[in-house]
Design a protein around this ligand. Structure first.
Ligand code: MN
Length: 242
């Protein structure tokens, strides 16, 4: 049997040095590729596109989709002006991710949205974000760890009624953390399925049993080599993609 085709949303970056300074790259971090492969999928990198019909065609060619991490989401997407601690944005990529997510949900393809991917998933369906964790009253956990990328630095509590609980078979797990923004208002039709000890949203899911649309605030792709729960998350996506 052939393995499911998993698209990984790409980003763009302008070379500052090297042979071709000023040239734009289309890329993803390799951890997404390796984790998809490790979990039994065939990874395809999805370059940022503008044309909506082309994006729909990208989606039609795939069995499942990973919305990868990256820059902050442009706050204008959720109707808020940029605040002082807003980080770098990539509006071209925001526009691509929006169309990609809409097309994937419309086509009922399973989605795993990671870090910024979860944040933009929430925004696309009407949710909002905190532009920096310092704007959250009572947030005290270090969500941008200074330890190796695969190191699980803080805990999350998982809601029993969730795909995440089914996958992890645990109410508490340890995750890595590399973010300075967080989900504020949850999108209509979604539910929060994991939180950190300081109540920061760490996972969301589309609130229906027929679709597999999961967002996680951490970076499971950096943990699959040595962490069976994070590998199981990728395997769950690929299982749904079959
Ligand atoms: Mn965190």
């Amino acid at each position: 049997m052939s393995r499911p085709i998993i698209g990984i949303s790409g980003s763009t970056q302008i070379d500052e040095g090297g042979r071709f300074p000023g040239s734009k790259r289309a890329y993803v971090y390799e951890d997404y590729v390796r984790s998809t492969e490790r979990a039994g999928g065939v990874p395809f990198i999805l370059p940022v596109m503008k044309d909506v019909d082309s994006i729909k065609q990208q989606v039609a060619a795939l069995d499942g989709i990973i919305i990868s991490g990256g820059d902050d989401v442009n706050p204008l997407m959720y109707g808020v002006e940029p605040h002082i601690l807003q980080g770098e944005i990539n509006p071209e990529r925001d526009a691509f991710d929006e169309q990609l997510i809409k097309a994937a949900v419309e086509a009922n393809k399973p989605i795993l949205a990671i870090c910024r991917g979860m944040q933009i998933l929430n925004v696309v369906f009407g949710g909002t974000l905190y532009q920096d964790l310092s704007y959250i009253d009572g947030s005290y956990i270090k969500h941008d760890q200074y330890s190796g990328p695969s190191y699980p630095s803080h805990s999350v509590s998982i809601e029993p009624d969730s795909f995440l609980y089914t996958i992890f078979e645990d109410k508490v797990t340890m995750i890595n953390s590399f973010h300075h923004q967080a989900v504020k208002d949850i999108a209509h039709g979604f539910k929060v399925t994991a939180r950190a000890k300081d109540r920061v949203v760490e996972a969301i899911e589309k609130d229906d049993d027929s679709s597999f649309v999961i967002g996680v605030q951490w970076h499971p792709e950096m943990m699959t080599e040595s962490n069976s729960q994070m590998l199981a998350l990728f395997e769950a996506l690929i299982g749904k993609a079959k």
